[in-house]
Design a protein around this ligand. Structure first.
Ligand code: NDP
Length: 311
């Protein structure tokens, strides 16, 4: 089996951008792109903030364009998930997939992303992309002059609710704990408390998201008094209850931080020589398609230098 110069794990914007750069530099590249491939953009209806698409573009179309661009430069793709990885730069890396195949590479870029945490309600599944979102930066703009709700009590919930006040008339922040149980830093809490448009509801959990084809209210419960209530004015629900990096299969291979994100030593370098990482799998802060793409580019340039040094 001939080894690839670079195996890229992940088919979101970080992985695809890395593939465009490596394959265009004549680095023999395989992308293990996930199944379905495309990452979180597959669940994004309209992308209006990716530079170069001034009329906007759908998430699936954007990621499909990126893949076509990488294929144009002869990157190879398999639509599977990596389930195991072993090896080192001395003996090459071996990646096993869930379709039972094994591939060998001289270098690796891990760009397997992160998945938003969801509440797990049936109505949430049904209304995802129809008023239920896990990204205020991506979808807040669609809720001008409307009422929305944010679930969560961490920095993300504070940041997203504050951001949403630019568009929405009113923003409920639904926190399952009391005010003292907020996880957000004091400064982020203050920014949210200071916004007139934001109304906090503590000890509050979502029971059901109402609506057939779009959100038309929320059924909530106070978990102390058990009193149920319907917020009839809510047209958008934003989950800000954390993300889970897709790194479970890497636990015995590479160093992760306490939240499961890959540790990077400088730029995209991981603690293992020859293994690089890019996108949401190392980034809990920005989580944008364009920042992931930027990191994918950096990882590809780092791989190119690594391969030259170890030719
Ligand atoms: P966190 O893990 O910090 O907070 C998650 C919040 O969601 C908690 O309030 C948690 O409640 C709540 N939650 C979790 N599951 C559920 C559920 N099923 N139902 C209701 N509520 C739930 O995640 P964040 O995304 O806010 O932050 C992640 C990291 O990113 C942090 O380190 C944060 O500081 C950082 N960050 C930094 C920013 C910045 O500096 N600008 C911006 C955004 C994030 P409970 O406490 O009850 O578990």
């Amino acid at each position: 089996m001939e080894a690839y110069d670079c195996i890229i794990l992940g088919g979101g914007p970080a992985g695809m951008t890395a593939a465009i750069y490596t394959s265009r530099s004549f680095i023999k590249t395989l992308v293990i792109a996930g199944n379905p491939s495309g990452g979180q953009l597959l669940q994004t209806s309209d992308v209006e903030n990716f530079p170069g698409f001034f009329q906007g573009i759908s998430g699936p179309e954007l990621i499909s364009n990126m893949r076509n661009q990488a294929e144009k430069f002869e990157a190879e793709f398999v639509d599977s998930n990596a389930i195991d990885i072993s090896g080192s730069k001395e003996e090459n890396f071996k990646v096993k997939t869930d379709s039972g195949k094994e591939y060998e590479g001289r270098s690796i870029i891990i760009a397997t992303g992160a998945s938003a945490r969801w509440l797990g309600l049936e109505s949430e599944q049904k209304l995802r992309g129809k008023g239920v979102s896990a990204c205020a930066t991506c979808d807040g703009y669609f809720f001008r002059d409307k009422t929305v709700a944010v679930v969560g009590g961490g920095d993300s919930a504070m940041e997203e609710s504050t951001f949403l006040t630019k568009f929405a008339d009113k923003v409920y922040v639904l926190v399952r704990k009391s005010k003292d149980g907020l996880r957000a830093s004091k400064i982020m809490q203050k920014k949210a408390f200071d916004k007139e448009k934001i109304q906090f509801m503590f000890n509050t959990e979502v029971l059901e998201i109402l609506g057939e084809n779009k959100v038309s209210g929320l059924k909530v419960v106070n978990n102390q008094t058990k009193e149920e209530n319907t917020l009839e004015d809510v047209e958008g629900l934003f989950l800000a209850i954390g993300h889970i990096p897709n790194t479970d299969f890497l636990r015995n291979f590479i160093e992760l931080d306490h939240k499961g994100y890959i540790k990077v030593t400088e730029e995209t370098k991981t603690t293992k020589p020859g293994v690089f990482a890019a996108g949401d799998v190392i980034d809990f802060k920005y989580r944008q398609a364009v920042t992931a793409a930027g990191m994918g580019c950096e990882a590809a340039i780092d791989v190119s230098r690594f391969l030259e040094e170890h030719a």
